[in-house]
Write a protein that binds this ligand. Structure first.
Ligand code: FE
Ligand code: FE
Ligand code: ZN
Length: 273
């Protein structure tokens, strides 16, 4: 079982690796830069080298980096779109220091332009920044559908994927809280939801799971994460997700409201399943 949580990248890669191990994790997520900010820290190549060795010694699975929330590839304002294009292009260069991992991002919010226009803009940027040489797989995150978020259903993600030329560099990250909030009943119909994902997108495109309970009911479009077993999805359903054979071997990332001790407990719980 590959399980980890979101870690702070402010102290560097090796520090994240050591933190992950101390929490009992064998993968982790990290923001490529301040989640609410712009400029990224310079990469310390010595630190990255030490981390890569450490990760191999500890048999880490794929890492799931997360783009900053300020990045909106389909913003209505051109300056925000330009900023976002620069961020994703720079992040993809930085990701190559740790080759072969995943880079997850929120597809974007169309802010009144309409979903179709938003999807076109997202695909346009992806076609500009993806390269055949990159070893990183870029993941679209399934979204709760708050406001004008793109990715509230599987069909929206599929339309983006279809418009990207370098298909093999793209995938999806399945966020359990978001999918549930988006209206997919993974409590009573997990098999059917995964079947629908397979039919609309294809399970071969599902690379990672964000493993969160939800504070709200199915279809609420709210996006408020809860600790595992303390939300509306509940412990039994979360366990069915974590142990589902179709999701075996994928990195599961906790984005639950926790301190370090809480994460260590949740990681141990999921491992025990
Ligand atoms: Fe996210
Ligand atoms: Fe998420
Ligand atoms: Zn969320």
């Amino acid at each position: 079982m590959l399980i980890g949580n979101h870690l702070s990248s402010s102290k560097g890669y090796l520090a994240m690796g050591k933190m992950a191990v101390s929490l009992g994790a064998n993968t982790f997520a990290f923001f490529t830069r301040n989640p609410r900010g712009g400029k990224a820290k310079e990469i310390d190549t010595g630190d990255v080298e030490r981390f890569l060795e450490f990760a191999e010694e500890h048999s880490f699975g794929k890492l799931v980096a997360h783009a900053p929330y300020t990045m909106n590839l389909c913003a209505a304002k051109e300056d925000v779109r330009n900023f976002s294009r620069e961020v994703i292009a720079d992040d993809l260069k930085r990701m190559e220091y740790t080759p072969g991992n995943y880079y997850n991002f929120h597809p974007g919010s169309h802010v009144g332009q309409g979903a179709e226009a938003g999807i076109d803009l997202i695909a346009e940027v992806l076609n500009e920044v993806l390269t055949p040489q990159q070893t990183t797989i870029v993941l679209l995150e399934t979204m709760a559908g708050k406001g004008s978020e793109i990715g509230r259903n599987f069909e929206g993600l599929r339309r983006i994927l279809d418009m990207v030329a370098l298909q093999e560099k793209m995938g999806v990250c399945f966020d359990t809280c978001h999918v549930w909030d988006g209206g997919y009943d993974i409590v009573n119909h997990l098999d059917e939801v995964l079947e629908e994902f397979d039919r609309v997108i294809g399970l071969d495109r599902l690379y990672a799971v964000h493993f969160n309970d939800s504070m709200n009911e199915c279809g609420a479009h709210k996006d408020r994460h809860a600790r595992i077993g303390e939300g509306c999805i509940g412990l039994a359903a979360m366990k069915r997700v974590a142990t589902h054979p179709l999701l075996a071997g994928k990195p599961f990332i906790l984005e639950t409201p926790n301190d370090d001790a809480g994460y260590a407990r949740e990681i141990a719980l999921v491992q025990s399943w």
